[in-house]
Every structure is written in structure tokens, then in C-alpha cells.
Design a protein around this ligand. Structure first.
Ligand SMILES: [Zn+2]
Ligand SMILES: [Zn+2]
Length: 310
């Protein structure tokens, strides 16, 4: 039902028409140290940049206003601000992941990438003021997701920070000394329409962000160490709606084709409409998702904006 309406102008990949690329570097050199543990398996993976064909998408009805950093009142936007895949010129791609969710006057940053310098540089290039980020949600305690946090705080952000309860005491103590720290449970509300799955067993334990849109649930995963299929299933179990979009790292770089195929089948069974795999998904798995979802596959990388009309 309403398939046509859903297909027309429902999900839109656009590039924010902000090309403010000047004057950001000098301000960025103060990026701080990583708060988090090193993860040898991930930091050793070279960033990949395999070009993928851009899917056919409905063009944005009008350019998004620059000053809103990616959001009209009736839109929920997800801007990839840190990723190892390149997308928009003028932004730096590096191993890690971070996405900014904008809805009305809320700005929620999911993960912070690996390098504070790169995170701040990309935010500046997208004309996003760190001080306007009200909430930061960390998916799991790996440095390619937590590494930009200190620099963000040093740059004037004063967000509430949402973490899985299993984060190390050292990390939590260090953070709670300078920010409000909230340990997430299943169903924890981050902001209007924005929730978490709560932590799921990894290793390491990890939570996904869940956005409750009128078109269905959007699930954003950092690395999906608990299994991206399990995380999507958990989102559906908790929030009891169809899955509209899954975006982020699916962690399938070393998964067999059979495993990737079974995840694709599970996504289809769960009614996942769109997929936008990036970060640690792996080129081969991304290709399989692209083939399976065809025009419902969304190519993303750093600077990509997915806009969902609400
Ligand atoms: Zn990662
Ligand atoms: Zn990870």
C-alpha cells in the first residue's frame, strides 16, 4: 500500500549545499587525545575508497538551508560526518564513523570518528558548529568511534553523552568529570523521536541508534559487532515498526558470502526498505547489498546526507 507515495520523495540522498571550506584548519589544531582504548584489528584496516555507482534517487525538492546543518522542520536528516569512504569533495575520509542526526532543533551526534582533528574539520566544512550539538551517543568503546570526543568537547560542545553501561570505568570517570554521562538501557530516549537499542552483547557490547520516523524505523549502527541482523531485529522487537533504513558499519569485512547473503535475507524478511552500508561493512559485502537492494541501496560516505521527509 502507498508504495508509490513511499517511493516518491521518500528518501533522498543529497549533498548539503554548504561548501564552506575556508578558514577551518587553524582552529582545529587543538584536537585532543583519544579517550578510548586502542583496537588493533580495526586501526590496521586501510581506508578503502572503491567507487560505487550512485543509485537513482529523487532529487531534493530544494536546497537545504545552510544554517540548519541539514534539516528542514519536516525532515529528519542523517549526515555522515566521518567515514572511511569518500563522498563529498572537501571532506576528509579516514577510518572510523560518525553521523549527525538533525530533527527540528535537535542535533544528535552518533559516534565521533577516530580523529578529533578530522571530525572538527569535517564539521566545519559542513558548517556545523560543535557547540550546537546537544547530545552525543557512543555506540561502543572502540577508538574509531570515540576518538573525536575530546576534541569535540574542547571545541565548545557541551552535550549530554550516552554510553553503553559496560564502557570501562576509566572512560566513564574521565568523561563524567567534564560532561553529563548517561548510561543507556534498552528504550532510553535520546531526543524527540530518537532512541537506542541499549547495549547488546559483542564483543564489544554495542548499541544502535533508532529513529522513529513516520515511514518506519531508521537504525544507525557504528560497527554492528553484535551482528547487524541482530541489531535490526532488536530495534524491531523493541519499537514494533517496520524498518525503513539501516545505515552505518555492518562489520562484514571478513564474513563469508553465505553469511552476508543470510543477513540480506533477514533484512528482507524484516522488511528493511533501504540500506546504506559504509565504514566497516567491507567492499564485497557492500557490493552484495547493492545487488540485492538495487535502487534501494544508498551509496554513502563522508558528507552524504540522507534526508527523510517526515
Ligand atoms: Zn568501527
Ligand atoms: Zn568497532
Amino acid at each position: 500500500m502507498e508504495k508509490k507515495t513511499k517511493l516518491v520523495g521518500l528518501i533522498l540522498v543529497g549533498i548539503l549545499l554548504v561548501s564552506i571550506l575556508s578558514g577551518c584548519e587553524a582552529a582545529l589544531s587543538s584536537a585532543g587525545n583519544s579517550l578510548s582504548k586502542a583496537i588493533p584489528t580495526q586501526t590496521s584496516v586501510p581506508p578503502t575508497n572503491t567507487p560505487l555507482p550512485t543509485p537513482t534517487v529523487t532529487p531534493l525538492p530544494s536546497p537545504l538551508p545552510e544554517e540548519e546543518a541539514g534539516g528542514r522542520e519536516d525532515m529528519i536528516t542523517i549526515t555522515i560526518v566521518y567515514d572511511n569512504y569518500a563522498y563529498k569533495a572537501g571532506l576528509e575520509n579516514a577510518w572510523g564513523f560518525s553521523a549527525l542526526v538533525a530533527y527540528q532543533d535537535q542535533l544528535v551526534l552518533f559516534d565521533t570518528g577516530g580523529s578529533g582533528t578530522i571530525l572538527l574539520s569535517n564539521l566545519a566544512a559542513l558548517d556545523i558548529d560543535p557547540a550546537e550539538i546537544q547530545k552525543v551517543v557512543l555506540s561502543h568503546e572502540h577508538s574509531d568511534h570515540t576518538g573525536g570526543l575530546q576534541a569535540l568537547l574542547a571545541a565548545g560542545a557541551d552535550p549530554d553523552i550516552y554510553v553503553p553501561p559496560s564502557f570501562s570505568t576509566a572512560f566513564k570517570n574521565q568523561l563524567s568529570a567534564r560532561a553529563r554521562l548517561i548510561e543507556c538501557r534498552p528504550g532510553t530516549k535520546i531526543a524527540d523521536r530518537i532512541y537506542t537499542t541499549g547495549e547488546m552483547p559483542g564483543p564489544p557490547p554495542e548499541q544502535a541508534l533508532v529513529i522513529d520516523t513516520t515511514r518506519g524505523l531508521v537504525v544507525i549502527t557504528g560497527c554492528a559487532h553484535p551482528g547487524v541482523d541482530n541489531m535490526v531485529l532488536e530495534a524491531k522487537r523493541q519499537y514494533k515498526e517496520d524498518i525503513y533504513l539501516v545505515v552505518g558499519g555492518f562489520h562484514l569485512g571478513s564474513a563469508s558470502d553465505a553469511r552476508v547473503s543470510s543477513i540480506i535475507k533477514e533484512f528482507q524478511r524484516l522488511g528493511v526498505k533501504y540500506v546504506a552500508p559504509c565504514h566497516c561493512t567491507g567492499d564485497r559485502a557492500i557490493g552484495m547489498f547493492r545487488n540485492a537492494f538495487s535502487e534501494d541501496f544508498i551509496r554513502v560516505g563522508v558528507g552524504a546526507v540522507i534526508a527523510i521527509e517526515d
